[in-house]
Design a protein. Structure first.
Length: 423
């Protein structure tokens, strides 16, 4: 029986695995490393986060993004966005150097048992573990507006469904959303010769400012400090103090998680969008229907006025909703046993443990508990160290029946160094 099974091999899953290996836990890691970044983002996209805030986490801090870039003859500079392809390659490099061998099989079912959990792989192998960490990323939580649900995928897709936009060349495409995914997708479409428009509910699109210089006067830094989520004390609090964020009242946490760092485009994509994309802010799709050659969208603007638009395809860049009930790989019994917050996301304790003992959660699904940083790679550092501490506490508290708990850890001894798991 394993101490810990990590389900998911994106930035959070790999970071958790690195910390767990260094803590000496007997673990396995499942998932295709960096799959969302490799398979669900078109070529030409860039990271919105600053390079210095986009490293995965290992306990010794040896395998950071700037180290990888230096090895590749590149420089990770402040205010210079990193290509998504580079970041995905960095994640694979991190997995090779900082994490025990990753089993690339997908997990299809997690259920609970008397001594922990049974986890079933896609080819039917059953493994047993005392604790499980779900780091499943964002793909289970895709959100599409109600008016578009049920339409055929040839007519409507989510922005995360596309690793290649080339088949839209020369067509008419409508992108729905006002955030970075919508605006950068629209820019890439326009630049390849697609006629593209953006519909957004907000009455005006928001754009992030060029970040302030890295080196500034002490007064400027005190007024508006740098943080992994952008400049300013509020962003600094969300970014650097997730543990304190969790002490806020539940209603306050949920409100901030839903509204902070709302939809906005990066400063470096603004000109590309405004010069080539038809923008229709202040509009919401109220109905949609298939018509010859595509579909018709019925729109309502902020004044209540109505109009219709015909288009060949809709890309819904409308984000993700981390509802507990969308964790479909959990057995119905296990999923139903987990407490949920009013916003539908699962409740987590101070060590990222769900209300079901031994089941830990990471990433977007914990944003209502630990704040907006959990929506970004930057949150992986706090999550990995805190979650592994929580796992060790759980192992000490619930030894396997018929065994004597190991004083102090509940896990095997002999924590490997980063070099011990390299390769």
């Amino acid at each position: 029986m394993y101490d810990l099974l990590v389900v998911g091999a994106g930035p959070y899953g790999l970071s958790i695995a690195s910390h767990a290996a260094a803590a000496g836990l007997n673990l396995r890691v499942f998932g295709r490393p960096m799959a969302s970044w490799r398979d669900h983002m078109p070529a030409g996209m860039f990271l919105k986060s600053e390079p210095w805030a986009s490293s995965l986490s290992d306990p010794a801090g040896c395998w950071k993004l700037d180290v990888y870039c230096a090895e590749q003859g590149m420089t990770a500079r402040h205010a210079e966005p990193i290509p998504v392809e580079t970041f995905a390659s960095y994640g694979l490099w991190f997995a090779r150097n900082a994490v025990p061998a990753v089993d690339e099989r997908m997990i299809t079912r997690v259920s609970s048992g008397p001594d922990g959990f049974t986890v079933v792989t896609e080819d039917g192998e059953a493994l047993h573990a005392r604790t499980v960490a779900l780091a499943v990323g964002v793909m289970p939580f895709i959100e599409v507006p109600a008016a578009l649900r049920g339409l055929h995928p040839t007519l409507v897709t989510h922005s995360s469904h596309h690793s290649d936009l080339g088949h839209f060349q020369g067509k008419d495409v409508t992108v729905i959303g006002g955030g970075q995914a919508a605006l950068e997708t629209a820019a890439l479409l326009a630049e390849q010769g697609t006629r593209v428009r953006v519909l957004a509910r907000a009455e005006r699109l928001r754009w992030n400012d060029v970040p302030p210089a890295w080196e500034r006067s002490r007064w400027q830094s005190l007024r508006s400090p740098h943080s992994g989520l952008g400049p300013g004390w509020r962003n600094w609090f969300y970014s650097e103090r997730p543990g304190l964020f969790r002490r806020l009242p539940e209603a306050t946490r949920s409100r901030i998680a839903a509204t902070a760092l709302g939809p906005a485009g990066a400063w470096w994509v603004r000109e590309r969008v405004e010069r080539a994309v038809d923008l229709l802010p202040g509009h919401e799709v109220t109905a949609a229907a298939a018509v010859p050659g595509g579909l018709r969208l019925d729109l309502t603007d902020h004044t209540g006025a109505r109009r219709s638009v015909e288009t060949e395809h809709v890309i819904a860049a409308t984000g993700f909703k981390p509802y507990r009930d969308r964790l479909g790989l959990l057995s119905a019994e296990l999923r139903g046993s987990m407490a949920a917050l009013p916003d539908g996301s699962p409740a987590v304790g101070h060590g990222f443990e769900s209300s079901h003992p031994g089941l830990f959660l990471a990433g977007l699904v914990t944003a209502s508990g630990f704040g907006p940083a959990m929506r970004f790679v930057h949150g992986a550092t706090f999550t990995a160290s805190t979650l592994v501490q929580g796992v060790r506490r759980r192992l000490r508290a619930t030894p396997v029946r018929g065994t004597v708990p190991v004083p102090g850890s509940g896990s095997r001894s002999g924590a490997p160094s980063p070099s011990a798991v390299r390769g």
